[in-house]
Design a protein around this ligand. Sequence first.
Ligand code: SF4
Length: 767
Amino acid sequence: MDRRSFIKLTAVSGTTAALASCGNPDHQLVRFVPDEDIVPGQAVWKPGVCPLCPAGCGLTVRVMDADAEVVRDGKSGVVQILAAKKLEGNPNHPINRGGLCARGQAAIQVTYHPDRITQPLKRTGNRGDGTYAAVTWDAAIAEAVGSLNKLASGGNARSLAFLGRPDNGHRRALIAEFLARFGAPAAVTYELFADDVLRRANGMSFGSAQLPTFDLANTRYLLSFGADFLGTWNAPVSHARAYGEMRQGQPGVRGHFVQIESRVSQTGASADEWVAIRPGTEGALALGIAHVIMRDKLQSAGAAAGAAIPGWSQGLPDYAPEQVEKLTGVSAAKVERLAREFAQRSPAAAAVGGAALAHTNALFTAVAVNALNALAGTVGKPGGLVFTPQMDVGAAAKIGARPSAAMSMQQWAAALLAGGEPAAQALLIDGVNPVFTAPRAWKVRDALARVPFIVSFGSFLDETSILADLILPDHSFLESWSESLPESGSAAGVVSAAPPVMKPLHQTRATPDVLLEVARQLEKPLELPWQTFDEMLAMTMTPLPAMTEGVDAWTDAQEKGGWWGELPTAIRLKPDSTAIRLKPDSTVESGFSRIQPESGFGRIQPEFDGDPAQYPFHFLPYPSNQFLDGSLAHLPWLQEMPDPLTSAMWSSWIEINPQTAARLGIVQGDLVEVTSQHGTLRSAAYVSPGIAPDVIAMPAGQGHATFTRYASGRGENPVGLLAPMTEETTGAVAWAATRVKIARVGGPDGRLILFAGGMREHVEHGR
Ligand code: SF4
């Protein structure tokens, strides 16, 4: 059997059970990259950068001659091109060291997706009905330029708005410079599962307002408070490799791992011990552990002496184990044991993320867990946490003053709905879908309806881009210069960057180059310092220290897929003085700095939306292993990938504890209705022992109204239930702060598609 037949057979037999329900013909599952045996040729491997999350993993892309379907002037045809066939992890890249997660493997489908927008589109129907006509790039850019000229000449430059995803790479710096020179406010960025609270806490605790990197290879005891570092949080491929070294890297040495959360995550399933905890009380548990360590003098002398958590200098009297048991549901004996293990099995580290930081008291929780790292004495030390040095792109690219603090998405939408200033007259949208991912109470869709002219740079129609008047589709990451500045995952500085690996399939253009073109064509050109995006990359990367003797860093980076090493001080990001309100304490050996009393922790007690008598369950949406917040639900390989814990595919489900299910008369697959004060949805029940009895969980990602043939109309979106609760100091969505009720409304109706269930059925029926 040749390889292609094997792939086809695997794809078909592995999904037979699912296909009947998913409604997609099987040939689409394999015919999604150009067939490799049509055109013989020699494969070459080129570097790339995975674009699907901010981790910035390096790729090596297999490229060879192929027949590909392309669209030109509205007509499709087959041409022979040099085409990307397969993505693998770049073995030399310091973040992923050859690894690639399933999402990264599926990224190739972005390029060949049959529903990609293939050329500029102009709206011809009513806004939101998806009726567009193809236009030329000249006409499309002229329309965008005309709109911006009108704002500038009328003295309304501040009426230009920009919505994007939060990141700190070159693309975002270019956008910031474009907006600043035009006179517009800073871009509004949004991500449902953002880590803003942890950045703020790390700024307060350690002077680095960024995500941490854990030196897991040398960690001997790891406490994780909700951080799904092997699945969806932070830099999962980097941490998965290091975790493997922690467990098996040295003969006879196996680091111990305890995961604390109210629903077993993919990471929790790998732990030696899983500790169930009452939602929102993780910080209290961390301080209970700290209390025991200080009470019994288990910490290294002087460690964390300066930490100014309320009650710290008195030994945290409010967090005695018995008190912590009442708050968290974790027994006093377990608090004592965890404290002893954490203090004595050195080097130890504590991670916090995910649902633990999705509450109104998240800043308190994060600072409390940071204090544990200080007590362990491992901040900046082997086995502890470090911070990946960050390039200051603004300094490296020698660009001028950029817009100051941006509004949050919630503030921006509220201001627009209230008729506040600046009222957006034109809006540019890049890589974000807030209509799908923002709490409904923010009314983002209503706010967008008030903007007279919207331009999207999207490659697909989704719930937000379908509201655009003009769509200027971006190249795929394989067709353009790609880059990322990884925030974590390496002890050295890293800039992931790579040239295009193939020619564009369609009449798309790279968004940074489109912005540069618009800037040039304005009546008053913005005179940005670069003609093209790669010129900007060359400007920042050429002066970097050479990685290979005799080869300049920029030339080398194009061969290697990026640059890594010691970042020169002049272009290293300095601590964010707005995020850090603390005074360094030179007496502290651990690196944990003094937190000024005025810095505040936000709330110490979590708040929840909904009366417990009426809404007795905590609702826990979580980032899907396949789709994260839903931005990857259009990729059929990911729809087809069984969820690692439930084996569910092509569907949504609601997780419920067996005891709770029995009490409510719910069995596996039953149709259940979940209701909060803000919405209701129906989906299939998945009965799981890995969830606390008072918690109802549901993966995010499905429930799209508009997002290609594969995701549209499939499953339910848990965001529709969320209360508009936020962590008050950062404005981050408190996505685990909503209470719900649940009821059985029917028997199994085929919505729950389980790979394992399907296989069992096959065995039982002798197939
Ligand atoms: S962790 Fe993120 S960047 Fe790395 S392979 Fe997965 S999706 Fe891509």
